[in-house]
Design a protein around this ligand. Structure first.
Ligand code: ADP
Length: 745
């Protein structure tokens, strides 16, 4: 992460454009580019309507001020326009574009677009010196200007709902598109279940099956057809049988997701209408087709598409301002939960090779290029939708699932996944009611595959309590585990889950039934758990916060008003920081940074200056434990008193709405992935005859298991948050785009 040097932009001009298909989150990136650049002394010019504005010049290119990108963070589409410019594909157009850029001293360019747009960027950068030489020869450009801009410094950000660029984990817009698709699938599920009907849902993605596969998993669908994994011949019969088996096992509907680019192994396209005909064949079943079309592209960006795109916009500015002569620009995206820089030409080449790989039947290579979690999720999906044929053996290992801690949306999905996959892997799956309380009372029962069908929405159907086992409970817990012959314990929850597992681990020598694999799965909206960059429920909470802030801001439109909003999180500032970033807060108060009287004095002064110069709205977000004395109420009253008649102040404590709601697609996918991994940890321990207490989570490349013995090393027991919090590296980003956050780090 590059740190801010507040003078690096002075005298530098940056061009920005959005091109190709629009994607929610592009606006967040544009806003971040403009604000970061201005914070660093640079100037930003928008090329309106993509490359076309660059070619047209005149009003096609215009300077953007700080306020020009106000109120666009939560808007879908792209405020600076996009266009598929045929002229830019021609050398002549690109020479004109070069001239128009140089007339404005722009030799730094940030392009947000898909594969095609980035190819265009690569071409322009390659040709830059040739274009200049031609312009000088034709006396359209002076030799001095040419000499001052020998190279195009550039950065590409991938804006595409398809998530099809090889090398990046997530493109701008893909998460929002998943929101749209899963919302639609949820609506279809309820009507399909009422009528015991089948639905075929066609989703976008060109030759990329990401949206189709992930929405099928997150939407709890039964079958998916995707380009990278075409079905074997005879698939029509196999699909009908698989769906019939699901119905026999208690499902009230069948949902099949078809990617728009799906084919069979002979390259024959598989249309949603064809799938519909297959499903109708020989039955009187009512089957309907829904093509989601362009709704997938539209709508407000998800919280992820806001904060992640903001971060990428910041990085793009840092990159174009710090590139050295001779260096080549890069595509910037996320890989393994880190901002990563990819050589543009290589990323584009690999992405362009995808249709060829699929057309020539090299499916394994195609799937590999999509990244390791794509294959992992595809395998989990296949296993998850297939009700097992065999009965569970009498001597099967017995794995119990329980929840502990506060409610986190996605807990149900994790428990359902664990139970279904556990059964299909040959375990007897048990559920414990009401967390450790139910465990001590022996409220443990076996669950069958069909019994967990409805565990999909928010909440925790097994029940949960905010309680850790006490010394006096250990005897009862030991007895319950023993009586139910529990061979492994899978605890899905927040800090209480980890604390409970840690205590049981410490009491192992005294209580023999505790000598089993105990695996903690991180589920907490606070995202304060060790061993995982993200926990189940945090993404849903962030989306709730972003939506609430949107509404709060809208309520202030007619007034001149400052808002102080409080989020949950205990001492962990994740929700405040990322919620504030997603909501466009001017000031974020965190316990990690502290609040001093000097800070508050500075804030009062700056806010008064802002409102005096015509500002209408100010938003501060405060973590609930940021400071014991400087509460939301205190800060709001302080601003009110010191602001006089300049503005009024409202406070909003978001409270428990942050724990509620349907889990987002990301939380459903995370819950599915982590539950599958937790079961794998149990299976590995059974095989190796181990009995370790551990916690799992997303770290680096994938899901990692950490022994409970490392907890004290990784976790701050005093403030109940990890000792190292990755998201603190976003504080400079917050400072750059908020225009108000003190740059302390
Ligand atoms: P996306 O960027 O979403 O993949 P397109 O493939 O339509 O969308 O590309 C968007 C625009 O990028 C095109 O209309 C064109 O202006 C430019 N572009 C695409 N490919 C090239 C290319 N090979 N050379 C120059 N410009 C290109």
């Amino acid at each position: 992460m590059t740190q801010i040097d507040s003078t690096i932009g002075v005298g530098k001009n940056i061009g920005i454009l959005t091109s190709g298909g629009d994607a929610p989150g592009m606006n967040a990136a544009v806003r971040a580019v403009v604000r970061t650049a201005i914070s660093l002394g640079a100037e930003v010019y928008a090329c309106y309507e993509g490359y076309q504005g660059m070619i047209d010049g005149g009003t096609g290119i215009g300077k953007l001020a700080w306020s020009d990108v106000g109120s666009i963070l939560n808007m879908g589409g792209t405020a600076i326009g996009t266009f598929r410019s045929a002229d830019f594909r021609k050398r002549e157009g690109r020479v004109k574009a070069t001239k128009n850029l140089l007339e404005r001293d722009i030799d730094r360019l940030i392009v947000i677009g898909g594969n095609g747009s980035l190819t265009g960027l690569d071409t322009l950068a390659q040709e830059w010196s040739e274009n200049i030489a031609q312009l000088v020869a034709e006396q359209q450009l002076s030799a001095e200007v040419a000499a001052a801009h020998p190279q195009l410094f550039f950065a590409g950000l991938v804006g595409s709902i398809d998530n099809d660029l090889v090398g990046t984990d997530n493109t701008i817009g893909a998460d929002s598109a998943l929101h749209r698709i899963v919302d639609a699938i949820n609506s279809l599920t309820s009507t399909a279940a009422s009528h015991q009907r089948s639905f075929v849902v066609e989703v976008m993605g060109r030759n990329c099956g990401y949206l189709a596969l992930m929405s099928a998993i997150a939407g709890g669908c039964d079958y998916a057809l995707i380009p990278e994994m075409p079905p074997e011949s005879g698939w029509e019969k196999q699909m009908r049988e698989a769906l019939a088996k699901g119905r026999a096992a208690g499902r009230r509907h069948s949902l099949v997701v078809v990617a728009e680019g799906a084919t069979d192994r002979n390259q024959n396209p598989i249309s949603s209408e064809y799938v519909c005909e297959i499903l109708k064949h020989d039955t009187d079943e009512d089957v309907r087709v829904t093509k989601l079309g362009h709704v997938q592209r539209g709508g407000t960006p998800s919280a992820y598409d806001r904060w992640a795109s903001t971060w990428l916009g910041y990085e793009a500015v840092m990159s174009v301002l710090t590139q050295k002569p001779g260096s080549t620009g890069k595509v910037i995206g996320f890989h393994n939960n880190k901002v990563s820089y990819f050589p543009l030409a290589e990323a584009v080449k690999q992405t362009n090779s995808m249709p060829e790989l699929i057309a020539t039947g090299r499916y394994d290579e195609a799937v590999k290029l999509r990244g390791s979690s794509f294959k992992e999720m595809a395998d989990i999906f296949t296993e998850l939708v297939n009700p097992p044929d065999a009965k569970i053996a009498a001597n099967a290992k017995r794995v119990a699932v329980l929840h502990a801690g506060g409610l986190a949306p996605g807990m149900n999905v994790a428990a359902k996944t664990a139970i279904r996959l556990g059964i299909s892997r040959g375990f007897t799956m048990l559920g414990v009611e009401d967390g450790f309380v139910g465990l001590a009372e022996g409220r443990i029962s076996e669950f069958a595959w069909e019994e967990v069908e409805d565990w999909f929405a928010g909440g925790a159907s097994l029940g949960l309590r905010r309680a850790t086992p006490k010394v006096e409970d250990f005897y009862a817990i030991n007895h319950a585990l023993d009586a139910n012959r529990v061979d492994a314990l899978l605890i899905i929850g927040g800090w209480d889950a980890y604390e409970g597992a840690r205590l049981m681990n410490e009491e192992k020598s005294r209580y023999p039934a505790f000598r089993i694999p105990i695996v903690c799965v991180p589920a907490s909206i606070d995202n304060n758990l060790p061993g995982s960059t993200i926990s189940i429920g945090a993404d849903t909470a962030l989306n709730v916060i972003a939506e609430a802030i949107d509404r709060i801001k809208m309520s202030g439109h007619a007034a001149t008003r400052a808002f102080v909003v409080e989020t949950m999180g205990g001492y962990c500032g994740y929700l405040a920081a990322m919620g504030g970033l997603s909501g466009g807060a001017e000031r974020i108060y965190l316990h990690e940074e502290g609040i001093t009287l000097a800070d508050l004095e500075r804030d009062v002064r700056l806010i008064n200056e802002m409102f005096s110069s015509g500002r209408k709205l100010f938003l501060a977000v405060r973590n609930e434990a940021a400071n014991p004395l400087y509460s939301v109420d205190f800060i709001a009253r302080l601003l009110e008193e010191e602001g006089g008649d300049l503005f009024d102040v409202r406070q909003a404590i978001l409270g428990h709405i942050q724990q509620g709601g349907d889990p987002t697609p990301y939380d459903r996918l995370l819950a599915t992935r982590l539950a599958a991994s937790a079961l794998q940890v149990c299976a590995d321990q059974f095989k190796n005859k181990e009995a370790e207490a551990a916690y799992i989570g997303i770290r680096g490349e994938g899901v990692v298991r950490t022994p409970m013995s490392r907890l004290a090393e990784e976790f701050d027991l005093n403030f109940k948050r990890p000792k190292r919090q990755w998201w603190l590296q976003l504080l400079p980003v917050i400072s750059a785009v908020s225009g108000h956050q003190p740059a302390r780090r």
